[in-house]
Ligand binder design. Structure first.
Ligand SMILES: [Zn+2]
Length: 432
């Protein structure tokens, strides 16, 4: 339920021009708490705060409106966050009757703002898609890419800036959307140096065929989420009506599905840097609202396990590449000792080395990866309870004008409902 508030009840600086909406996909509280532990060199000293912590304002419920399931997928959660309507798992901003739902990005465009979408997954993946597209099935990624070009508002393109992975959905045999975008005045870029030089706010940047490699595995010619966020903010902030920018740390969730805590921490670091970039801009600008949240949690990740009262993050910090990256190098014939010396700061026991060697003999990448993950989980005292999502509430962080509206216990739909009201320049607060 939404109640309109008068001026005196909201913050002093209520003039709002820009909205930056960020989702750490799968970044539930067990992840943000573990990330806080990770900040410590000594696991038993007082825990230091993360960049997210000072901005915590509330938490939100994530359940979907699905006839068979009551734990959400990313499509239903992102639809709720983008449109204010709960729907079935797999839906991209359509309701249970398959009707299109208006998104907050569309409302921003209708109100004269520039718009942008950034993700480290394919830019057509469920979460970014729910902000910029409509489809009955999240798997229709070619259709979603087409819609980013084809769907117009008042004859103009709906999305001004798109940065992420997923080139193969845009540059295809049947259609080359990169050329179509360029014909309409967009710049098309595919690497980091082109991104850093770009000044055009009409921009399509696709940096990988599918997902962008995880931060700690990422080659230098692929930008970080922070660099994408920085360029987007600079380019979109050229317009007197302001902008709406959606930014996703997409692969925190993927690390969780894969029971790979090294990947999870790598991707939260990438997301945290982008969050700092958004906050720094908002602090200087004073007319920007930053919201950051998660869509659900993933993997049933635990801080501590098996009745033991400790969680030791040291081993995670000692890995300079993900277990999947190490497995691929070893499959390509690299020497195990060389790999361990080059990419880890661990002293491995003879049993641990033996287990990795046995996995290498199978020539199966997942077995080699699992050998590393088993070592990491055992040393850290981590367990995982599911390879899917979990249904607990997730944190909400907010900074800037109207941040009070996101305090307390919200439903995921409340966030979009509130943003619609804000975009339409009313002053609101959610009644709890
Ligand atoms: Zn997921």
């Amino acid at each position: 339920m939404i109640t309109i508030l008068n001026n005196s009840q909201t913050s002093k600086k209520t003039f709002l021009r820009n909205i930056i909406f960020m989702i750490g996909d799968g970044m539930g509280v067990s992840y943000t708490s573990a990330y806080r532990y990770m900040k410590n060199q000594d696991p038993f000293e007082q825990v230091k705060r993360t960049s997210f912590d000072p901005y915590l304002v509330g938490q939100q419920m994530t359940y979907p409106n699905d006839p068979f399931l009551n734990i959400t997928d990313s499509a239903a959660a992102a639809t709720a966050l983008a449109t204010g309507v709960k729907t079935y798992n797999g839906a991209i901003s359509v309701n249970r009757e398959l009707k299109k739902l208006r998104t907050i990005l569309e409302a921003a465009k209708e109100n004269g703002k520039l718009t942008g979408i950034i993700a480290t997954s394919e830019i057509t993946h469920a979460t970014p898609a729910a902000f910029g597209s409509h489809n009955t099935d999240r798997n229709n990624m070619n259709e979603i890419a087409n819609s980013y070009f084809d769907e117009r508002m008042n004859g103009k393109h709906k999305i001004d800036l798109l940065l992420g992975g997923g080139e193969e959905f845009f540059v295809r045999k049947d259609r080359d959307l990169s050329k179509e975008f360029m014909n309409d005045g967009y710049s098309y870029i595919t690497n980091r140096s082109e991104l850093l030089k770009n000044k055009n706010h009409k921009l399509l940047g696709l940096f990988a065929k599918r997902e962008i490699p995880k931060m700690i595995d990422r080659p230098k010619n692929i930008p970080s989420l922070e660099e994408m966020a920085h360029t987007a903010i600079q380019c979109l902030n050229q317009h007197s009506n302001g902008f709406f920018l959606f930014i996703e740390g997409s692969q925190i969730d993927w690390g969780g599905h894969n029971h790979d805590i090294v990947s999870v921490m790598s991707e939260i670091t990438d997301f945290e840097k982008a969050f700092n970039c958004a906050i720094n801009f908002a602090r200087t600008d004073e007319h920007t609202l930053v919201i950051a949240t998660a869509d659900h949690s993933t993997g049933g990740f635990t801080i501590g396990a098996n009745g033991h009262y400790y969680w030791n993050s040291e081993t995670i910090g000692a890995f300079k590449r993900t277990p999947g990256y190490l497995a691929n190098e070893l499959l390509l014939g690299a020497n195990l000792n060389d790999i361990l010396l080059k990419y880890t700061d661990c002293l491995f026991t003879s049993d641990e080395v033996k287990n990795i060697e046995e996995a290498i003999q199978t020539y199966k990448p997942e077995k080699i990866e699992n050998a590393f993950k088993t070592i990491i989980d055992k040393r850290t005292n981590t367990i995982w309870t599911t390879d899917g999502h979990t249904g607990e509430d997730v944190p909400i962080y907010a900074y800037g004008p109207y941040k009070e509206n996101f305090a307390g216990l919200l439903d995921n739909t409340d966030i979009a409902k509130c943003l619609f009201e804000i975009i339409e320049r009313k002053q609101v607060i959610l009644a709890h």
